[in-house]
Design a protein around this ligand. Structure first.
Ligand code: Q9C
Ligand code: ZN
Length: 342
């Protein structure tokens, strides 16, 4: 399948993140993007579809904040990356948001999502990559890959978190709907639960969100992704969470993937969006599953047997030296099975 990206995606380069009460190097580094381009080749450039498809998902005040946050940080006399430290768990909407510290807390779910000088350019470029790859699929490609970086699945309509600023999968889903594709399935195979994507579509019965992830009892993002979250209102039953324990290898993962694929088939979508994270890899430095490179080929092949037009968007994966090969294995597995009916 073809792949798409924007050079601006390299411009997001925060220095560090808060981790277990101290600092560590920022795991979601520009080196991830370089490794993907090294392994897969340069691919094709994203086209610019403008801000509207982003605002079909994200609150305009949040998007404006993302764009200006680092400038406000510098204007407040700070240096380095903008980071929040106070979070309004009470009366979130009623707050006066004058200081950068108030804004950044109100638009965040965590303190591991710093804003650097190039963050907006990178997030915007990544969203355009997803829209460009979507356009290839709606134009007749059976599948396409958006090399989004930063990732997207932890951020909601009006909050960032988990290294995510714009929800690329959600933006693509809403853009597809605007072009007449009503029923969509989002399959999230990143190690972490895609809480932002779940939030955005929680009441929406047309968009299935199915996710396989580390049990939030033990893993980020803790407050979402439990098996009893199944959607609400019109969306009741259109959210499927399949949490798995730390240490899960392919023998534990494959049955969950079968369950998720059955749910996708039952939903009857016209488009599949895969939020693909390679942080399920055994050697991932911040995650605790035990998948091997060859498992990604199997996974890709199983997903391809759905026989649906598919947009793949990159989410996490922090074993930088192995990332390119892990993504390539997934693509080879997918492409080898695509067009073959189950
Ligand atoms: N310092 C994605 O994979 N915090 N996000 C972990 C380690 C956040 C991962 C703590 C992990 C978010 C897209
Ligand atoms: Zn992840």
């Amino acid at each position: 399948m073809r792949h798409f990206s924007d050079p601006g995606q390299a411009r997001h380069a925060p220095q560090r993140e808060l981790h277990n009460g101290g600092w560590m190097d920022f795991a979601e580094s520009p080196a991830r993007f370089a490794a993907l381009l090294d392994a897969l080749g340069p691919g094709e450039p994203a086209r610019d579809f403008g801000i509207e498809p982003i605002l079909a998902v994200h609150d305009p005040a949040y998007a404006a904040f993302l764009r200006e946050a680092h400038d406000l940080w510098l204007a407040a006399g700070r240096e380095g990356d903008a980071m929040g430290y106070v979070f309004p768990v009470v009366a979130r909407r009623a707050l006066a948001l004058d200081r950068i510290d108030a804004k950044i807390g109100a638009f965040s779910m965590d303190a591991s999502t710093p804003i650097a000088a190039g963050t907006w350019a990178a997030a915007y470029g990544g969203a355009q990559s997803a829209l460009t790859a979507l356009d290839a699929v709606l134009g007749g490609d059976n599948a396409a890959l958006a090399l989004c970086r930063p990732p997207g699945h932890h951020c909601g309509a009006d909050y960032m978190g988990g290294y995510c600023y714009l929800n690329n999968a959600a933006i693509a889903a809403r853009a597809a709907q605007a072009r007449g594709v009503r029923r969509i399935a989002i399959l999230d195979v990143d190690y972490h639960h895609g809480n932002g994507t779940q939030d955005i579509f929680y009441d929406d019965g047309e968009v299935l969100f199915a996710s396989i992830h580390a049990d939030p009892k033990t893993d980020f993002p803790f407050y979402w992704g439990h098996a009893d979250e199944r959607g609400s209102g019109q969306g009741e039953g259109a959210t499927l969470n399949l949490p798995l324990p730390q240490g899960t290898d392919w023998s534990g993962y494959a049955p969950a993937l079968d369950t998720a694929l059955d749910a996708v088939r039952a939903h009857g979508p016209d488009l599949l969006i895969v939020s693909y994270g390679a942080d399920t890899f055994a050697e991932d430095p911040i995650s605790h599953f035990k998948l091997k490179r060859e498992d990604y080929a199997t996974m890709g092949g199983m997903i391809a047997t759905l026989d649906l037009p598919a947009l793949v968007v990159m989410e996490g994966g922090y074993a930088v030296d192995a990332l390119g090969a892990n993504v390539a294995a997934f693509l080879e597995g997918f492409d080898s099975q695509s067009g073959i009916r189950p």
